[in-house]
Design a protein around this ligand. Structure first.
Ligand code: CTP
Ligand code: MG
Length: 229
């Protein structure tokens, strides 16, 4: 039997690059706050018990979830949410509210990938990189070109064994502040992380153009559902 999982949804960011004047997770998207799409997907996953949401100040957790205050950095929001999680849950699903196109199937695939054997501390959603990628320190001069076939664009959900995530979140403050995902902290801590191949459609809403595309995709999906096709 699968271990009980808890889900942590980080929703406390300011959404500065979106520039909507309020926190990104609460921006209306296809008729509901962006956050609600991720919560709905997580609620469809039977092994997920609690859903804890790290919130911006002044906002409330969606029905059926537990709200905690977010932190100044993303990893602090994860830490705050984990501190409120059911101590009996030994698998932790971390998800960005900024990825409203996540599906229950992808969450289940990541949990199953972690469960498959005892080898992995983390299983993370990732899509092969489509563009050729260059490295540059100053945004002008090219340093080098990593081999594209080895590059993966990492998303959430990211699923971890709880002990591994807890240890990783105990890394030095500067590392936590700079971390753009949780897997990099687990890797730095010596943990073994595997990729779970997924579609690039689970993109992160960062800019106004991303929001418009998400609106189109989720709006169309909602219409199909309503018409019973
Ligand atoms: N996040 C969080 N707490 C923070 C910073 C970010 O919970 N202190 C969450 C965001 O709400 C988002 C996810 O982490 O769901 C990914 O962050 P990002 O896409 O960068 O969102 P924002 O930080 O809100 O956007 P921006 O960087 O443009 O301000
Ligand atoms: Mg941010």
């Amino acid at each position: 039997m699968s271990a009980t999982a808890v889900a942590l949804v980080v929703a406390a960011g300011r959404g500065e690059r979106l520039g909507s004047g309020g926190p990104k997770a609460f921006v209306p998207l296809a008729g509901r706050p962006m956050l609600d799409w991720s919560v709905e997907a997580l609620q469809q996953v039977s092994v997920v018990g609690e859903i804890i949401v790290a919130l911006p100040e002044g906002f409330e957790a969606p029905q059926g979830t537990i709200g905690v205050p977010g932190g100044a950095a993303r990893s602090q929001s994860v830490l705050n949410a984990l501190a409120a999680a059911d101590p009996g849950a030994d698998v932790v699903v971390v998800h960005d509210a900024a990825r409203p196109l996540v599906s229950a199937a992808l969450i289940e695939a990541c949990i199953a990938a972690l469960d498959q054997d005892g080898r992995w501390d983390g299983a993370i959603a990732a899509a092969p990189v489509k563009d050729t990628v260059k490295r540059s320190a100053d945004g002008i001069g090219v340093l080098d070109t990593p081999t594209r076939s080895e590059l993966w664009a990492v998303q959430t959900p990211q699923v971890f064994r709880r002990e591994a995530l807890e240890r990783a979140l105990g890394r030095p403050e500067a590392e936590l502040a700079a971390a753009s995902d949780d897997a990099m902290l687990v890797e730095a801590d010596g943990g073994r992380v595997r990729l779970v191949r997924c579609q690039s459609e689970n993109f992160k809403v960062t800019t106004a153009a991303d929001l418009a595309l998400a609106e189109q995709l989720l709006g169309a999906a909602a219409e199909v559902k309503a018409s019973g096709v």
